[in-house]
Design a protein around this ligand. Structure first.
Ligand code: HEC
Length: 193
């Protein structure tokens, strides 16, 4: 009994020492990996935070406006049309699917589109996509959003193509009537001041 009382703490010490020795090299390599990845991880975390609070989900994740965002189709685009004087446009698939999402876009192109509304193919996005607000994002924040979007689960889903003004949409639309005088844009193209 006496012997056991002495041996037990000794055994615990030996076990702890062995554990420390076997952990040491592992900790060394994972620390290096963590240091290399932490800048990227922090950027992605910042992007996730920004995407969450700037409302991308509202329009780009199906179901969000109805109180039930679909986690399986997170940011995979919507088929609810935004109809107005610009025609009908659809919130795009932002997942990295190469054919129907942003898989082939460079992060710089994603960041620029969010801040200027100008797609890599030159098309200017309708004001329904609030790029005017997002033009105030810093370079770092716009790139953080782009980095985060690239980590999403790719979902294959092509949203309907934009329709020119005067075309009837097949599916449901959120329609913006012509604006009242108070709301009418003052700096419309060609308007004399
Ligand atoms: C109020 C609704 C709304 C919100 C909020 C919104 N978007 Fe959009 N977004 C749209 C619509 C609608 C389009 C399509 C516009 C068009 O085709 O002219 C679009 C288009 C885009 C595009 C272009 C993609 C392509 O394939 O053409 C990108 C990128 C984008 N949004 C990213 C974002 C990000 C990132 C956020 C959040 C920071 C966001 N959007 C928030 C409605 C929204």
């Amino acid at each position: 009994m006496q012997l056991l009382r002495l041996v037990r703490p000794a055994l615990v010490l030996v076990t702890l020492a062995l554990a420390a020795v076997s952990l040491a090299p592992a900790q060394g390599t994972s620390a290096a990996a963590a240091a290399a990845g932490s800048a990227g991880d922090a950027q992605v975390a910042r992007g996730r935070y920004l995407v969450t609070i700037t409302g991308c989900n509202d329009c780009h994740t199906p179901g969000t406006f109805y109180g039930a965002p679909d986690a399986e189709r997170f940011l995979a685009g919507s088929e609810l049309g935004w109809a107005g004087p610009w025609g009908v446009v659809y919130a795009a698939n932002l997942t990295p699917d190469p054919e129907t999402g942003l898989g082939k876009w460079k992060p710089e192109e994603i960041a620029k589109t969010i801040r200027t509304g100008n797609r890599p193919d030159g098309r200017q996005l309708a004001g329904a996509m609030p790029w005017l607000d997002y033009s105030n994002l810093t370079d770092a924040d716009a790139m953080a959003i782009a980095s985060y979007l690239r980590t999403l689960k790719p979902v294959r889903h092509a949203v309907p193509k934009p329709l020119p003004p005067g075309t009837e949409a097949k599916g449901p639309t959120l329609a913006f009537p012509p604006p009242s005088a108070w709301d009418a844009p003052r700096a419309a193209a060609g308007e004399k001041k």
